[in-house]
Ligand binder design. Structure first.
Ligand code: A2P
Length: 347
């Protein structure tokens, strides 16, 4: 049993924030006090937790005074705006945004892969990008048996990655199209209902968008393989909340399909789901609401004797975001890494 701690959710009203709330309840996280923080837009509204109604407060300078742990999911600019206040208050921040992921003083953790990195935290731990977590948890068990030399990944990303309002927008767009009206795009850059488009994150000088570069850089950091070859194409699809990914892995020597299946079937955080007779493989509707990343269609790459092909689906809001953050928080509790001496981290 752990001593209950004071937790704040920053971004409690969002898609990930509400899932964090549900996970703290369903996993019976040892809580003393729970504070729900958001912008002034939703201050005064209420959210349910263990049958109680908790008032949402606007975040301010004093919000973190009595807090041990902050689970932040309110976007990069909000994380950047409050991180120093949180660290200075002595709380530990598990940050879901991309703001600090590549900071060398900030561990980037998927608990099934690199839990040991938590020991080095200085007040902030970053939760990786959702597509990166889902891929990493699925392929790491194979990488442990035989190091991966190159990854080629294509993603099929749901609206949830752009937040609760984007999910709502896709539903409204679908209704408009079915009524013969023009769909309006206000949150996402283009209509997503009955459509798809390359991921809308800003383009970088490489020609890859930021989402694609997150898959490259964050996977390297989590695996501690700075030179691992990775190329990604990220696409948004009109699915509400689970991401899918087609992953091609190249090893130094052949990796048997049978062994890959056996490894996936036994590894934590993943579930083998394939019925070759029925041509049934993971779908977003199977993955939605589930903790495990579903893996299927494991097959030999016919173009490369050292290659394997995989198809995965994972709940973007759960393992891709909120669940991974709560697992990090549980790790901090287990390893007594929460009540640290005052950190001098400057961000
Ligand atoms: P609010 O409901 O007040 O806008 P999502 O990722 O689903 O869009 O959710 C974003 C979350 O981040 C929401 O809880 C949102 O609160 C919160 N948020 C957005 N901007 C700020 C801000 N400037 N300060 C605090 N919370 C913010």
């Amino acid at each position: 049993m752990f001593k209950p701690v004071n937790v704040a959710i920053l971004g409690a009203t969002g898609a990930v924030g509400t899932e964090l709330l549900e996970l703290l309840e369903s996993r019976n996280f040892p809580l003393n006090n729970l504070k729900l923080l958001a912008s002034s837009r939703s201050a005064g509204t209420h959210l349910k937790f263990k049958g109680e109604s908790i008032k949402v407060e606007a975040v301010d300078e004093k919000a973190f005074d009595d807090v041990d742990l902050v689970l932040a999911s309110a976007g990069g600019s909000t994380s950047k705006a409050w991180a120093q206040t949180i660290v200075d208050s002595g709380a530990v921040m598990v940050d879901n945004s991309s703001a600090f992921r590549m900071n060398p003083d900030v561990p980037l953790i998927v608990p099934e892969i690199n839990p040991e990195a938590a020991a080095n935290h200085q007040g902030i731990i970053a939760n990786p990008n959702c597509t990166t977590i889902l891929m990493a948890v699925a392929i790491y068990p194979l990488h442990q048996v035989q190091p991966i030399e190159r990854i080629v990944v294509s993603t099929y990303q749901s609206a949830s990655g752009a937040g609760a309002r984007a999910m709502e927008e896709v539903k409204i767009q679908s209704q408009a199209i079915l009524k013969g009206e023009d769909p309006k795009a206000e949150i996402l850059p283009y209509p997503l209902a009955f459509n798809l488009f390359p991921h809308n994150s800003p383009l970088t000088e490489t020609g890859y968008c930021e989402e694609e570069m997150k898959m490259v850089n964050e996977t390297r950091k989590i695996f501690n393989t700075p030179h691992l070859k990775i190329t990604a194409t990220c696409v948004r699809v009109p699915v509400l909340r689970a991401h899918s990914e087609a992953i091609n892995l190249e090893f130094k020597a052949p990796f048997s399909v049978a062994q890959a299946r056996e490894i996936i079937a036994q590894s934590p955080g993943v579930q083998l789901l394939e019925d070759w007779q029925k041509n049934y493989f993971p779908m977003p509707i199977d993955a939605s609401g589930k903790d495990d990343v579903l893996v299927g269609r494991i097959r030999q790459d016919i173009s490369d004797p050292n290659g394997l092909e995989l198809w995965i689906c994972g709940d973007q809001i759960r393992k891709g975001a909120a669940l991974n953050a709560v697992q990090i928080a549980e790790l901090l509790m287990e390893k007594s890494l929460l009540n640290i001496a005052k950190s001098s981290l400057k961000v």
